[in-house]
Design a protein around this ligand. Structure first.
Ligand SMILES: [Zn+2]
Length: 861
């Protein structure tokens, strides 16, 4: 307390002193008056719980059988002790990430007695203090207390206290269910739950076991005037009730030793700063991993004392159960390299099992069906935030092959805006939720890839067994990937770069080594336009990186040798098969990331060659869609969906290839590895130009989309009620193409890309911003400079001119060399336009508009 404030406070106390003591006197006098009746003895615990059902366990919970109200008995030896809280959503709107299987808030909490109350507060686990260091006496001095609940002790006995917990569980104190959206998101843009309604909220289930207590609640929300009605999963936007599970878990008491994180390998972590360290870099981040311990520590290969056991839920279609089981067991190959035999055990949940899959004592691969599958699969785990020990995990899978696709709208825009919303929601989460809110969108990416692959297989007249093979490999890969998450691994979006475009179809290599360095990538489906040379569609085993990462995370070492031995493993990070880059680096949205190899929906170490094959394959398949899918008494809806997924392939290839222009390759080797690498190396200029040439041919050229034209009269959405009300049903191909092209331009002309090109020129990049803009200009204007400009190119040329004009006019964001390059490009376009001969009225109109836009931008009088 500051001194002046303390003095002021004591003065106030002096002034109030008389009155306070008078009150105390009156109060104290009452019991002494023997003529009055003694107050009734407060009710004991037995009285307070006599109408309640008892759930004994970690915390004993008493639920009133009439009102449903819950009281919690807290033993005195449980006070001032750490416990873990974890919430799970069991049912709720997908758009708010409240659907089944989401692991939500994780925190460590303590309960303390404060006078006649019990306080629940969050323990801050962000810092470490070495107890041998005197500084540790000042531990957490400036760390704010977070008391999330306090209530009066209802009754007490010699061993503990009874507290009412309705206000704790039937509320959003533990898990702030409602996302907080920044004010930049207009009302109505997202579905909003409205206000919490305690009257309609209730307990759904209570389970208590020796090491954990689970309380499942139904929380009701009312929104009298919803601007957004939500999807079909919202029965009535005014009244929504969600299901949430609160789990209190005992902090495990065992000999688990945390393992410390390294930037060269991708594990999920608990971030901790060591405030007693003298090192400049004082990170003490711990990786998330299971507590695996050898049964026989002296054996090179031993079974673990307790394996990682997963149950395949009995809702899984019977025909897929063995695939799921086999994919999970395949991870044992990685654990064997780390010294463990049968580390992963997969079991099938019996159809007559009596346990609940949401019981946290079981790790379950759940197969669910929700109206809007957002991910297809998620594989999170929950951990002890103090050590990183994984305490439990679930995988949720969703698969519907015929997922409805919006009419002509398979653009990355929708995906990007979804991801953007998720990002904004995440940024506004309290930190105890943000930290563990790792979601995986592989299911939705992989589903689109698989659907495109199955379309290409079918249109090339392959037998149906081939589509089945692709589907089985798709599911197998999905499980390998999600299992990797549950073992602690985060994404490795660089892993699909391991092999050349020829090697990816050589099964002698892919079945031995793997098709990718890691299963933690979102790859393109691996399909060959030369059907006689088709290899595996998806990798069927953990790759070399996965084996290496698991060895780093799980191998046991003799006492005192751990760090030396781990360093030996880590020093291999520069080996090509072990390359790593995660979502923090990836380039899926324009302007993000810097290393083109860290990308989703790509494959092989030569994307220009790989992408060219894919686009040619897609273009040739377009002519067969109608004959394959428009048959008999069926609408054209499937033709439309197949068209959309094929067009998505063009986009994912072009998107990946655009990143090579101005891309910088990142190497995270440490100096001691002595491999001669540097952290930043430019993409070879010849390859950047190859990428530009690809875009010129397959994205910007006047005929880039002509394969679609014969299809347009058939792209009819199936009428369903009034589903095209407000949006005419005719194909809007020009908008589709324009959207695609401007997305690619958004990457090439992004201020971050341009600034990186200017900076990388200082360490070897000779492909300047002016050169890049000149090449884009040539790709967009040259081919039809002497003749008619078709409608696609009119849009493209206009968007480019507008983009360049915006760079010239931008008050901030773009650096000066980029502005000069844009200015000069516009001048050159103007010169070109001034001499162009327009053979028709539409082309004349278009060019006249361009001249107007350029003159305005250059302020030419
Ligand atoms: Zn993932």
């Amino acid at each position: 307390m500051n001194k002046r404030f303390a003095l002021a406070l004591s003065a106030v106390c002096l002034l109030l002193g008389t009155e306070i003591s008078a009150q105390a006197k009156n109060g104290a006098a009452a019991p002494a008056d023997s003529t009055k009746k003694a107050p009734p003895k407060p009710a004991g615990i037995t009285d307070k719980v006599k109408a309640s059902k008892k759930h004994s366990g970690l915390f004993t919970l008493y639920q009133d059988t009439v009102t449903g109200s819950v009281q919690m008995y807290i033993r005195k030896d449980q006070l001032n002790k750490d416990f873990i809280y974890q919430s799970f959503s069991l049912s709720g709107p997908t758009s708010l990430f409240l659907h089944q299987g989401m692991h939500r808030a994780t925190l460590v909490f303590k309960m303390k007695k404060a006078y006649d109350k019990i306080e629940f507060s969050t323990v801050n686990t962000n810092f470490y203090y070495d107890s041998k260091n005197a500084v540790s006496k000042a531990a957490n001095v400036d760390v704010a207390d977070a008391v999330f609940y306090a209530d009066k002790v209802g009754a007490e006995d010699s061993t503990g206290y009874l507290v009412s917990v309705d206000q704790l569980f039937l509320s959003d104190k533990l898990d702030p269910v409602k996302p907080i959206f920044p004010p930049t998101i207009p009302p109505g843009a997202v579905f909003n739950l409205g206000g919490y309604n305690p009257t309609k909220s209730k307990y759904s289930n209570i389970r208590s076991y020796p090491n954990n207590s689970d309380v499942v609640v139904d929380l009701a929300y009312d929104n009298p005037m919803p601007f957004n009605q939500g999807g079909k999963d919202i029965t009535d936007a005014r009244f929504v009730r969600i299901k949430l599970q609160h789990s209190f878990i005992e902090v495990p008491v065992n000999d688990y030793k945390p393992r410390f994180d390294d930037p060269r390998v991708g594990f999920f972590t608990q971030e901790v700063d060591d405030l007693t360290s003298n090192e400049i870099v004082n990170y003490r981040d711990m990786i998330n991993r299971w507590h695996l311990k050898k049964k026989d520590p002296s054996a090179a290969l031993s079974e673990p004392v307790e394996p990682i056991t997963f149950w395949v839920e009995n809702t899984t279609p019977v025909e897929y159960r063995e695939i799921v089981k086999a994919a999970g067991e395949r991870w044992n190959e990685a654990f064997e390299k780390a010294g463990f035999k049968n580390a992963v055990v997969m079991k099938i949940m019996p159809d007559d099992a009596t346990w609940d899959p949401s019981d946290i004592r079981y790790n379950v691969i759940r197969w669910v069906s929700s109206p809007y599958p957002p991910y297809g699969a998620i594989g999170p785990s929950f951990v002890n935030p103090k050590t990183g020990q994984i305490l439990g995990s679930d995988i949720t899978i969703e698969w519907r092959s015929g997922a409805e696709t919006p009419f002509l709208d398979v653009t990355e825009d929708a995906i990007a805006s979804g991801a953007n919303l998720q990002q904004q929601m995440m940024e506004n989460m309290p930190s105890h939720m943000r930290k563990h809110w790792a979601t995986c969108t592989i299911g939705s990416e992989l589903t689109k890839q698989y659907m495109a692959g199955s379309t290409l297989i079918t249109t090339s007249d392959a037998p149906p067994t081939e589509v089945r093979k692709a589907h089985e490999q798709f599911l197998y890969y999905l499980i390998l990937h999600e299992m990797g998450h549950t073992l602690g691994l985060n994404h490795n979006m660089k892993a699909s770069q391991m092999l050349s475009p020829t090697e990816v179809h050589n099964t002698a290599i892919t079945q031995k080594l793997g098709l990718q360095g890691s299963v933690m990538d979102y790859p393109s489906i691996n399909i060959n336009s030369d059907r006689s040379k088709q290899g595996d569609y998806y990798t069927m085993k953990p790759g070399p990186y996965d084996l290496w990462a698991i060895e780093f995370g799980y191998r046991e070492f003799p006492a005192g040798q751990e760090q030396t031995e781990l360093n030996k493993i880590l020093r291999r990070s520069h080996e090509p098969h072990l390359t790593f880059g995660n979502d923090a680096d990836d380039m899926r949205s324009p302007g993000n990331g810097i290393d083109p190899r860290v990308m989703i929906n790509d494959m092989s170490n030569d994307m220009v060659a790989y992408g060219e094959d894919r686009i040619k394959f897609v273009n040739s398949a377009m002519s067969k869609l109608v004959s394959k899918y428009a048959k008999g008494d069926k609408s054209y809806q499937e033709v439309l969906i197949r068209y959309n997924v094929l067009n998505g392939q063009r986009f994912s290839m072009a998107n990946a290839i655009s990143r090579y222009i101005g891309g910088v390759q990142v190497d995270r080797s440490f100096p001691g590895q002595n491999n001669g690498s540097k952290p930043f190396v430019i993409t070879p200029v010849a390859y950047q130009k190859k990428a530009m040439n690809f875009l010129a041919t397959y994205v910007f050229a006047p005929n880039a989309f002509e394969a679609d034209q014969q299809l347009l009269p058939y792209l009819q959405v199936q009428r369903r009620g009034y589903n095209f009300f407000g949006a005419p049903e005719d194909p809007k191909h020009t908008s589709l193409v324009q959207n695609f092209q401007t997305n690619i331009l958004a990457q090439l002309l992004h201020p971050t890309t341009l600034r990186r090109i200017n900076n990388s020129a200082l360490y070897g990049n000779t492909y300047s911003v002016a050169d890049v803009m000149n090449d884009i200009m040539n790709a967009i204007f040259k081919a039809d400079a002497a003749g008619a400009v078709n409608v696609y190119r009119q849009n493209l040329q206009t968007e480019f001119v507008k983009g360049a004009a915006a760079i010239v006019a931008a008050p901030a964001g773009f650096d000066n060399p980029s502005k000069s390059a844009a200015y000069n490009t516009l001048r050159k376009v103007r010169t070109m336009l001034a001499t162009a001969v327009s053979p028709n009225e539409q082309t004349r109109a278009h060019r006249s508009m361009l001249m107007f836009l350029i003159d305005k931008a250059l302020a030419v009088k």
